[in-house]
Design a protein around this ligand. Structure first.
Ligand SMILES: Cc1cc2nc3c(=O)[nH]c(=O)nc-3n(C[C@H](O)[C@H](O)[C@H](O)COP(=O)(O)OP(=O)(O)OC[C@H]3O[C@@H](n4cnc5c(N)ncnc54)[C@H](O)[C@@H]3O)c2cc1C
Ligand code: SF4
Ligand code: SF4
Length: 1020
């Protein structure tokens, strides 16, 4: 039995009182001081970990104002605040041991758009891609780009002055912020915007902030001009230079706030400049024999008047090739025969004049052809992309590259600390040579890519932060890189801001200007209460700044024994890059996060909680073998059972155990497995969730429904023998009432009638015995297929299996229905790991034996079939038998040629079909949609793939009463909208869960694609 973890770091009295008064004062947002939430906010994408006291989630500017007004009370003067957006900072910018004010959960509305004047007004928590999705139908976009665009917020972008690809033309965030509404620490509201000299003079009289900033920046103008580097990237901190325009006729306080990392004010709203989308975008992917060749060639490419030039090295390319993302671009960056592609440059041209834009691209292609003939500059080939969809796919890969850099095998993980240096582009190549020599001298591995047009280089050297010596090395390298960038007239923080690197500020600003920053900080925040330790302190505060060698996550992680970490490996591997916060409802990534907007219910949150849980468990004396969840200590004795009853009763009474917080987070997980493929580090939450649940229930009782779900495969075949009998009861409202109230399940489906067995009467081969199959010759076997049953399709949606068998028959095959063998997936989901391991072994043995026949085995439900490949592999490891169960499209794809020959398409089916992807299938088998399209083409039909997120059913998740509302909302996010848009009778889906969800909420029966194919054959 696992121990109780009853102690969590206490919240100080002052904060507790503050939270109480805040609530009483009418704060309408959420107040969260749970340890789970605090842990989730204790990290970002950096190497640091700093536990806050509490988190506030305001709903409006008024709420933010209230936060500051209550904080003015004498007794709360010690409380510090840090605003937070997506939490994707790479240098601890949003970390603080005070109170975090998360602007992303509720303050995410687009408020106003003015196309005539070209601006949009948004709340600070709006995500950059959310904004551009909104602007796209208007043919506009918000231009500053960043890799984390699907989760970083406008507030975060403003405060880090974010930028990325295209910055030479489009600039940085600060170039596009027309004004902000911000709440100062004293509760005042500050609204900024461009002011004429006359206007600013008025403000200088009435506002101490205007007075200070105006006077300081004017007086020190020459020093500022001399000190600020002539780079595309500014000296983030407070932008003393651009607060005035070049001829000092305009003044804009906005520029002081952009890049201030939450140290001056809470930005609640922003007015942003938007520009027309370029009508034409064209891309060339140029391939090189070495990364150095790619770098050397970059200045030549910049001269081609390109919008942007991005370089990627072979290490990053290699990581991308191992990721799901490569599927979408593998045809756009193909290998060059006879060469080893060691680097690429991605060159984009954009404009409204097609001839001009195309002309630029053609000219460059022509030049590249000549260079290739002469074998100069290491260019080994190039490919152009002219379709927008293709261009977007290339950039999706490029955007994922930073995250992919974090994905390396072994204990040394690529980490951010010198990852965004910037030097004048003309020095980039020489600088990189020295940078590489520096890293090589420490025997470190690393991948590199960057915006070569603006001289920004992304590097994440691989270090093991659990090793204190390597932690010291990190500091040493930081110091060396500071010196190196200074030598080349560059910056340590070319893109991702300062955060814990603020200690180096004086090295770049110099003592005089650094004092200027402090003067400005004092005008905004005299008591140093906003994001203390970042950028600079106010004048009267002499506390040290947060430094590069502050407490890291490694400090906590190294307290977990390696043997324990290995069992729950996903939890420790998460590097916090936040891709799992993806806001887009049409992406499969983490439905539970999307729905709740609560980071605790994200893969990152779950990983953080499990790490801490393991740390506390090992501190409580649990050993790795006790945590090896396949061998939990048995407590089937009466005493053990009584103990469990007592523990569960205590839990009901509210007795604290940190395990409950972890459990609650896991309860919201749908086990959809999107994280296992979409996350750049492939964090597999369902794997460690199952391990956790198994252990949790050694201490606490399970609800009855866990047993019902976990054992469904044992009683379902029995129930299916008399389906009408059970359906009779299931249809009664009293049954629904009782299952609802007693078991906590709802809308349970009816068993199929007639049963699959009945439907197959008369199908000569369907029920053939194993012995008969063994007697077949190899030639005869070639015509057979074996249909592997899963509990849900066979017993609840038998028509699908039947139609698949009919389809195979029509195509000239002899399908044989294999006897039902439990798969075990429901046991895995509910964390009956020991039972699952047994089920998986039995099933694997049976299927491995059948596989010896050499006849293809095929199943129709993706979640269940993929379980053989994934969960089975993890649990059985080397005991996994040698067998393969194909999905219907994989088999159809394999026999496509035969299909075309035997089945003559008589006419082209003109009406289109639409495939709404099953999340597990489209994430684990990214080529599946394309393959289905190909298959439909061979049948003379056109299939369109529709991007949808999770349908909200996910096996039995949607049938649990406590999840009903969430399940419905998830369905409404993308599925219901897609179904309203496309003709329902032409909409298809492969998952049983998805079909049953559509049936329950939209009263529609969607077909499996095999049923559509059968229909196509039947009418031809
Ligand atoms: C994989 C990866 C790739 C990245 N690529 C890029 C890139 O291409 N370009 C780039 O510029 N950056 C990049 N970053 C860094 C990061 O995404 C950016 O700095 C981003 O702008 C942070 O936005 P956020 O919403 O996550 O802000 P957070 O990380 O939450 O906060 C960042 C800072 O802004 C402050 N802040 C946030 N909201 C407010 C507000 N409303 N009012 C006041 N202060 C606020 C916080 O206090 C903090 O100091 C990358 C990060 C990762 C993990
Ligand atoms: S779970 Fe994956 S995507 Fe999410 S923060 Fe961790 S590593 Fe990034
Ligand atoms: S399995 Fe799905 S719901 Fe659970 S953490 Fe992963 S993505 Fe989120």
């Amino acid at each position: 039995m696992i121990p109780k973890l009853s102690i969590s770091p206490q919240i100080n009295e002052v904060t507790l009182n503050y939270l109480k008064i805040l609530k009483e004062s009418g704060f309408t947002g959420d107040i969260d001081s749970s340890y789970a939430s605090r842990l989730t906010m204790a990290t970002d994408n950096s190497i640091y970990q700093l536990l806050p006291q509490a988190i506030l989630f305001p709903r409006s500017t008024d709420d933010v104002r209230l936060i500051t007004l209550v904080a003015q009370k004498h007794e709360f003067q010690t409380i510090k605040f840090t605003p937070r957006g997506g939490g994707t900072g790479t240098n601890g910018q949003s970390l603080n041991d005070g109170i975090i004010v998360d602007m992303s959960r509720h303050m995410n509305k687009i408020l106003e758009i003015n196309l005539t004047e070209g601006w949009v007004k948004v709340e600070a928590g709006v995500v950059k891609d959310q904004l551009n999705q909104y602007l796209k139908p208007h043919d506009y976009f918000f231009a500053p780009e960043l890799s984390t665009s699907n989760r970083a917020t406008i507030g975060g972008m403003i405060n880090t002055d974010a930028s990325g690809q295209g910055s030479m033309v489009y600039g940085k965030t600060s170039n596009h912020v027309l004004g902000v509404k911000a709440v100062l620490i004293n509760g005042d509201i500050l609204e900024t915007g461009k002011k004429t000299e006359q206007e600013v003079q008025q403000l200088v009289i009435s506002s101490p902030i205007y007075h200070t900033v105006y006077d300081y920046c004017k007086e020190h103008r020459q020093l500022i001009l001399d000190k600020f580097p002539k780079l595309n990237r500014f000296l983030t901190g407070y932008d003393l230079k651009h607060v005035f325009n070049d001829n000092l006729t305009e003044f804009d306080l906005t520029r002081i706030i952009t890049g201030s990392e939450g140290s001056l004010a809470f930005v609640t709203e922003a007015k942003l400049n938007i520009i027309s989308l370029p009508k034409y975008r064209l891309l060339i992917n140029i391939k090189y024999d070495s990364f150095q060749s790619a770098l050397n060639n970059a200045p030549f490419l910049v001269q081609a008047d390109a919008l942007s030039v991005e370089t990627v090295d072979s290490k990053v390319l290699g990581l991308a090739k191992e990721d799901i993302i490569w599927q979408s671009i593998k045809n756009l960056i193909t290998d060059v025969a006879g060469y080893d592609m060691q680097g690429i440059n991605i060159v984009e041209f954009a404009g409204d004049d097609y001839e001009l834009t195309k002309g630029k691209m053609d000219k460059l292609c022509h030049q590249l052809d000549n260079l290739m003939v002469n074998h100069t500059l290491g260019i080994i080939g190039y490919q152009t992309c002219v379709e927008l969809a293709e261009i977007e796919k290339i950039y999706a890969m490029r955007k994922k590259a930073v995250g992919l850099l974090g994905n390396a095998k072994g204990v040394r993980k690529p980490i951010p600390f010198v990852e965004d240096t910037c030097v004048p582009p003309q020095h980039l190549s020489a600088y990189i040579t020295e940078f590489r020599a520096l890293l090589d001298s420490h025997h470190l591995t690393y991948g590199m890519f960057g915006h070569v047009d603006s001289g920004v280089l992304h590097v994440r050297p691989a270090l093991d932060m659990c090793d204190p010596e390597q932690e010291k090395l990190m500091k040493q390298i930081s110091d060396q890189v500071v010196a190196l960038t200074a030598k080349y007239g560059g910056l340590l923080w070319g893109e991702h801001g300062k955060g814990f690197r603020s200690e180096y500020s004086t090295a770049f600003f110099g003592e005089d200007l650094y004092r200027g920053l402090r003067i400005i900080k004092t005008a905004f925040d005299p008591k140093n209460r906003l994001n203390p330790g970042k950028i600079c302190n106010s004048l009267n505060v002499e506390e040290p700044m947060l430094s590069v060698d502050s407490t890291t996550r490694g400090f906590y992680d190294r307290q977990i024994p390696v043997s324990i970490k290995t069992v729950f490996h996903g939890a420790s591997e998460c590097n916090g890059n936040g891709l799992c916060f993806n806001f887009d409802v049409n992406s499969p990534m983490c439905p539970s996060m999307k729905l709740s907007r609560n980071r605790v219910y994200s893969p990152k949150g779950r990983a953080a909680l499990v790490r801490e849980w393991l740390r506390l468990m090992s501190q409580s004396g649990m050993t790795s073998s006790e945590l090896n969840t396949l061998n939990p200590k048995k407590h089937s004795t009466l005493v053990g059972f009584v103990k469990k009853i007592y523990n569960s009763w205590q839990a009901k009474r509210g007795k604290y155990d940190f395990s409950h917080e972890v459990k609650q987070s896991m309860d919201h997980c749908l086990s959809c497995k999107a994280c296992a493929t979409q996350c750049p580090i492939k964090i597999d939450v369902p794997d460690f969730k199952a391990r956790f649940l198994q252990l949790y229930h050694t201490r606490y009782l399970r609800p009855v429904r866990d047993y019902l779900v976990g054992n469904i495969e044992s009683y379902l075949p029995l129930m299916a023998k008399v389906p009408r009998f059970f359906n009779f009861f299931m249809k009664m409202s009293i049954t629904e009432y009782l299952t609802n109230k007693i078991v906590g399940m709802t809308n349970l489906p009816l068993l199929s009638t007639p049963t699959l067995k009945k439907q197959l009467v008369g199908h000569s081969t369907a029920n053939i015995k194993l012995k008969q199959l063994q007697q077949l010759s190899n030639v005869e076997k070639a015509n057979y297929i074996l249909v592997v049953q899963d509990p849900f399709t066979s017993y609840y949606d038998a028509n699908v299996v039947f139609d698949f068998i009919c389809l195979a028959e029509k195509l000239g095959f002899k399908p044989v229905l294999l006897p039902f063998v439990p798969n075990g997936k429901p046991q895995h989901i509910k964390g009956f790991l020991k039972q699952f391991s047994k089920t998986a072994q039995t099933s694997s043995d049976v299927l491995a034996q059948i596989a010896q026949l050499g006849i293809p085995m095929v199943g129709v439900d993706p979640a269940l079939v993929l379980c053989y490949r994934d969960e089975y592999k993890l649990i059985l490891q080397e005991k996994l038998g040698n067998f393969q169960v194909l999905l219907s499209h994989e088999w159809l794809n394999n026999v496509a040629d035969k299909v075309v020959n035997t089945f003559q398409v008589k006419q082209t089916n003109v009406e289109k079909w639409y495939l709404l992807g099953h999340c597990s299938e489209s994430t684990q088998l990214p080529a599946s949609n394309q393959q289905w399209q190909q298959i439909f083409k061979q049948f003379g039909a056109e299939l369109h793939s529709i991007s949808v997120g999770c349908c909200g059913m996910a096996g039995t998740y949607g049938h649990e009463v406590k999840n009903l509302q969430a399940s419905k909302q998830l369905f409404q996010f993308s599925w219901q909208k897609a179904l309203a848009k496309y003709p329902n009778e032409r909409c298809l889906t492969t998952g049983y869960s998805c079909r049953s969800q559509v049936k329950r909420f939209d009263k529609l029966t969607l077909k499996h694609p095999v049923q559509a194919l059968l229909e196509l054959i039947s009418v031809s």
